[in-house]
Each structure stands twice: as structure tokens, then as C-alpha cells.
Design a binder for this molecule. Structure first.
Ligand code: PLP
Length: 440
């Protein structure tokens, strides 16, 4: 196995979203993964409570994906997708079109969720310009939103820490309010009240003029902030207001895509079809970086129509790694696993067990709120001296106690793989109970 943690030279790798100074004092390193488990270089075993970073829905170390990747590497390891293509990307796009809500059947590929978000923003702008509405350059997003870290996504962001250092370099975004309120504390599933918060979009239209707005971006379930489930009727109301004003509705499904809610996409789960869906993470089960933007046919039609008669690309946008053949092969293998193992159905069946386990943490002194839907849940910690300090401390303690969990600020985000057994879910809850029962 790999070298021992203490022997690793850590000065050169600048870790993302990490307190690098503290990490070097107390490195928490994974050297191996299988199923719902990680192992440190020293051989200590941890349960994976967050599918890595909401990626490995089918569990780690799937041989089907490894074999598909290896085969693809030997057959066609790379192809550019500017004026060239590989068969595997067409096959993947067709499979995704079949999985996406009806009408969303054009697929643009990137390598990360952040790229998918920025691509979706550019597609929205290009669509309006193609239809003679180039003045629609403004976006609407939501407080507490996370849409990745590229400049477009940073402008959409509603989390202050992700914006503060980068203001000035971003585009025109107006934010709606988030949908959480005090009276929702400890609500399991969708809150009954709060649909009226969608009217913020109507208010923004009144202030800025609907004809200036290109698209409204929301995570159907706000994931990274700590799992905020949409109030009943909220997404449908957003859809209705966006339609009335010719504004595109974008669901950022980077976390909720691929069965996390029990349906393929949250759009289907909540019965609201957006115009564009962004996805990443579980698309390849996390094994190879890849993202995609699912787009309604008529959006592509409009962009193509504008280029009619000219020998030029319809969309002047793309990445060196758009539709990387190895990523496509990994994604096809992941989709086969989801289908053949019935993992979206498994996610739906496991959800009550998972949510029972999470909501069983209710009376612990460190817990101030619990939220959850499907196979994703947020455990809000009573804040410590500084915002986020408790979350940092707890996720380090959980690592030492044998559980990997993603923390954002003072929220822990649980999202186990759908292949977890009921007893593994129970063990995760036991470790949480042990650590969150401590005073600190
Ligand atoms: C909703 C959402 N959008 C975008 C992203 C960014 O994805 P990536 O980190 O792959 O760029 C994330 C990542 O967690 C996300 O949760």
C-alpha cells in the first residue's frame, strides 16, 4: 500500500476548500476505497457517509467501471471534440436523453459541475441572443446557493465565504431568498409552507424588468449549504413565474442527479421540468471527472437556427476535455450499474431507513436542526464560537471515530451510497451519536 501519512511531503499540493495549515498538522488521508468504506494509509477503516463528495452512489471500486475505463484507454484514449468526435459520446448522450425528463434531450459535456454551470449560463445567453433578446444578460439565483466555483458559478453563489474574496470579477446576478425558516426545524421531507418564496422572482422582475433576465438557477434541493429541501409547491411556482416572463429555469442537479432523491433527477421527483439541467458527480460514480448539461430541444434549435447559412460553430464554447472518451466510458458503465442493479429503486427503498437513522439524532445536544429527503440529509450543529468552527471540529473528530462526512460551515451533509446496507447506515448513525453526544 501507499506510504505512511507522516512520511508524505505535503508542502507542494495546495488543497482545495481546505485549511491547509491545520491539515499539515493533522493530515486525514485516504489511501484505498471499496464499497462504502475508505482506508487510511495506516489501514484504519472509515465508513463513507457522503459518497466521497456525493459522487460514488454505487459504492467505491466498481470493477465494471474500472474495466470500461481500461478498455477505452487502450482503444481510444483521447479525441478532441472540436470538429471531431468519438462514437462513445453519442452513445452516452442518447442514454442520458432517455433518463432526463421528456423534452430535455440535447447534451453538452464538460469535466466538472462548475463547468456545467458556466456552460448552462452561456447556453442561456446564446439562446436569448439567437432569438433577438440579447438584452437578457442578468441571472437570478438564491441565497445560500452553491453552483461551483468558476466565475459564473461564483456570481450565482449565495454563500458569502465563496463570494467575498472574488467580488468584482463576476457577472450580473440578483438573489432570491433561501427557503429555510425557523419553523421548519426538524422537518423530514418537504416543508408544507414556503411556496410563496418563489414570488421573489416576480419581485425581481418588477425591479429589474423581466426582459433583462436570462435564467433563474436553483438547486432543487440546496445541497452544499447542508440540505435545504424545497417547500411543497415552490419549484412549480418558480416554473410558472419563469414561463410567464420568458426566463429559462435551470435546475442544478450536480448533487441531486442520478437517483439521490429516488428518481433519476429531482425534476422528475418533484414533477417540475426545467429548461436546462446540470449534472456531474454520480454521472461517472465519481470515478472520472465529467459533467453534462441537459438542454431542451427548442433551446438547441434556436441556437442552431441563428447560425443557419454560416459555416461556423453554433456555440463558441467547449473544453479540451468535453466528452472525454474515457469519461464517457466510465459514465456508460455507471449508468449500466444504476440500471442493472436497480440502484435508483434501491435509493428510494433505503431512504426511510436512512432518514429514520438521521432523525434519531434529534435530541443530541450538538444538533440544532435536521433536514432530509431521499438519500441526502443535513445535520445542523449548534454553532460554536465562530461560524463553521464546530463543523470543522466535528468532521475531524468523525474521521478519527471512523466516519467520513462532508461538512459545510456548521452543517454535516450525509449522502451514503445506495449500496449501503441497513446495518452500515445504522453504524454511521452510531458513530455520529457518539461524537455529537460529546460536549465540546
Ligand atoms: C449544485 C452544485 N453545482 C455545482 C457544483 C460544482 O461541481 P464541481 O465541484 O464538480 O465543479 C457542485 C459541487 O458540489 C454542486 O453541489
Amino acid at each position: 500500500m501507499n506510504m505512511n501519512t507522516q512520511a508524505m511531503a505535503m508542502d507542494h499540493h495546495w488543497l482545495p476548500f481546505t485549511n491547509n495549515r491545520a491539515f499539515r498538522q493533522n493530515p486525514q488521508v485516504f489511501a484505498k476505497a471499496k464499497g462504502v468504506r475508505y482506508w487510511t494509509p495506516e489501514g484504519d477503516e472509515l465508513l463513507d457517509g457522503s459518497s466521497g463528495l456525493f459522487c460514488s452512489a454505487a459504492g467505491h471500486g466498481r470493477p465494471e467501471i474500472a474495466e470500461a475505463v481500461s478498455r477505452q484507454l487502450m482503444e481510444l484514449d483521447y479525441t478532441p471534440h472540436f470538429q471531431r468526435a468519438a462514437p462513445v459520446s453519442f452513445e452516452l448522450a442518447e442514454r442520458l436523453a432517455a433518463l432526463l425528463p421528456e423534452g430535455i434531450d440535447r447534451v453538452f459535456f464538460g469535466a466538472s459541475g462548475s463547468e456545467a454551470v458556466d456552460s448552462a449560463m452561456k447556453i442561456a445567453l446564446a439562446y436569448h441572443r439567437a432569438r433577438g433578446q440579447g438584452q437578457r444578460t442578468r441571472f437570478v439565483s438564491r441565497a445560500w446557493a452553491y453552483h461551483g466555483v468558476n466565475l459564473g458559478g461564483t456570481a450565482l453563489a449565495g454563500m458569502v465565504g465563496n463570494r467575498r474574496d472574488f467580488s468584482g470579477a463576476t457577472c450580473d446576478v440578483v438573489h432570491m431568498r433561501h427557503t429555510w425558516s425557523e419553523d421548519q426545524r426538524f422537518t423530514r421531507g418537504q416543508p408544507d409552507d414556503g411556496a410563496h418564496l418563489a414570488d421573489d422572482l416576480e419581485e425581481i422582475c418588477k425591479t429589474y424588468g423581466p426582459e433583462t433576465i436570462a435564467a433563474v438557477f436553483v438547486e432543487p434541493i440546496a445541497g452544499s449549504i447542508g440540505t435545504i429541501v424545497p417547500p411543497k409547491g415552490y419549484l412549480a411556482r418558480l416554473r410558472e413565474i419563469a414561463d410567464r416572463h420568458g426566463i429559462l429555469l435551470v435546475f442544478d442537479e450536480v448533487i441531486t442527479g442520478f437517483g439521490r432523491t429516488g428518481s433519476a433527477f429531482a425534476a422528475q421527483e418533484f414533477g417540475v421540468t426545467p429548461d436546462i439541467i446540470t449534472m456531474a458527480k454520480a454521472l461517472t460514480n465519481g470515478a472520472v471527472p465529467m459533467s453534462a448539461v441537459g438542454v431542451k430541444t427548442e433551446i438547441q434549435d434556436a441556437v442552431f437556427a441563428a447560425a443557419e447559412g454560416a459555416d461556423r460553430p453554433e456555440l463558441m464554447h467547449g473544453y479540451t476535455y468535453s466528452a472525454h472518451p474515457v469519461a464517457c466510458a466510465a459514465a456508460l458503465a455507471a449508468l449500466n450499474i444504476y440500471r442493472d442493479d436497480g440502484l435508483f429503486e434501491r435509493s428510494r427503498a433505503l431512504s426511510p431507513v436512512f432518514l429514520d437513522a438521521v432523525f434519531g439524532l434529534r435530541n443530541l445536544p450538538q444538533v440544532s436542526d435536521l433536514r432530509g429527503y431521499g438519500m441526502v440529509a443535513g445535520v445542523q450543529l449548534a454553532p460554536g464560537d465562530q461560524p463553521g468552527a464546530k463543523g470543522m471540529a466535528v468532521q475531524r473528530r468523525l474521521f478519527d471515530a471512523g466516519l467520513h462526512v462532508k461538512a459545510t460551515g456548521d452543517a454535516l451533509i450525509l449522502a451514503p451510497a445506495f449500496v449501503a446496507s441497513e446495518s452500515e447506515i445504522g453504524q454511521m448513525a452510531d458513530i455520529l451519536r457518539g461524537v455529537l453526544g460529546q460536549a465540546f
